[in-house]
Design a protein around this ligand. Structure first.
Ligand code: DC
Length: 231
């Protein structure tokens, strides 16, 4: 049987990863966070002292970059960069900005495309990113564009970062979100867009539990799976 795939796209901080991870667990699918791949490329540039705006120098790093997404015993995704576990380091705000910058380069997008498709070819997957429904998996069984107002996304991301012990301000987080929204939507190569056949789902006014319930409703309507959500 062909592997099933669910594409969840949307701007930074819309709750894609939290909701996709929960849904994947519930539905017995794997969760693939494609942002981690762009973050790992960005981190590599950052560590090498290469400007994230310098397409030629970033592209020159690609042949040396080995990326692997593995899953630990609890099913959590770990990102390996040349064999080193960088799962935590790629979440730093500086790595986020680098990821957004390098993701604008067509060479970087081409470099990561097959990796993402291979992941979906092997197993049932819920994949989140910016161009999953439009470019990576245009035939995904369900496509969802998850969004929320920038201030709400910034507040959620700020709470997450503080909970993980990072020293950030809300103003900085909002500035980064606005920067990445502008970058991700305006780039020429695979910009952030809702696929025409996607369901746009705005979570600005609802919390995690209701968002999860509604997400499972959307998925079950399209994939014909049983919906008995409990976060
Ligand atoms: O989902 P995230 O915030 O971890 O993604 C980090 C950056 O990577 C984001 O600013 C845009 C880029 N990205 C992308 O261009 N395409 C994807 N499929 C996933 C992420």
């Amino acid at each position: 049987m062909e592997a099933r795939s669910i594409a969840i796209d949307g701007p930074s901080g819309a709750g894609k990863s939290t909701l996709a991870r929960l849904a994947a667990k519930k539905l017995g699918m794997i969760y693939a966070d494609t942002g981690a791949l762009y973050r790992a490329v960005g981190l590599c540039a950052l560590r090498r002292g290469v400007s994230s705006k310098d397409a030629r120098s970033v592209s020159a790093l690609l042949p040396e970059i080995e990326l692997e997404m593995i899953y630990d015993g609890a099913g959590a995704q770990r990102m390996l960069l040349c064999g080193e576990d960088v799962t935590d380091e790629i979440r730093a705000p500086e790595a986020s900005i680098y990821a957004s910058d390098v993701s604008a380069f067509p060479e970087v997008r081409a470099f990561l495309l097959q990796t993402q498709r291979d992941m979906a070819a092997r197993r049932d997957v819920i994949m989140d990113g910016r161009d999953i429904g439009t470019v990576v998996l245009p035939n995904a069984g369900v496509k969802i564009f998850l969004t929320a107002q920038p201030e709400i996304r910034a507040r959620r991301r700020y709470d997450e970062l503080v909970a993980s012990g990072r020293d950030v301000t809300y103003a900085d987080v909002l500035r980064d979100i606005n920067y990445r929204d502008a970058n991700d939507s305006s780039r020429a190569s695979a910009p952030l867009r809702a696929a025409p056949d996607s369901i746009v789902f705005d979570t600005s006014a609802i919390g995690l539990e209701e968002s999860f319930f509604r997400l499972l409703e959307i998925i079950s309507e399209r994939l014909c799976v049983k919906n008995d959500a409990a976060v």
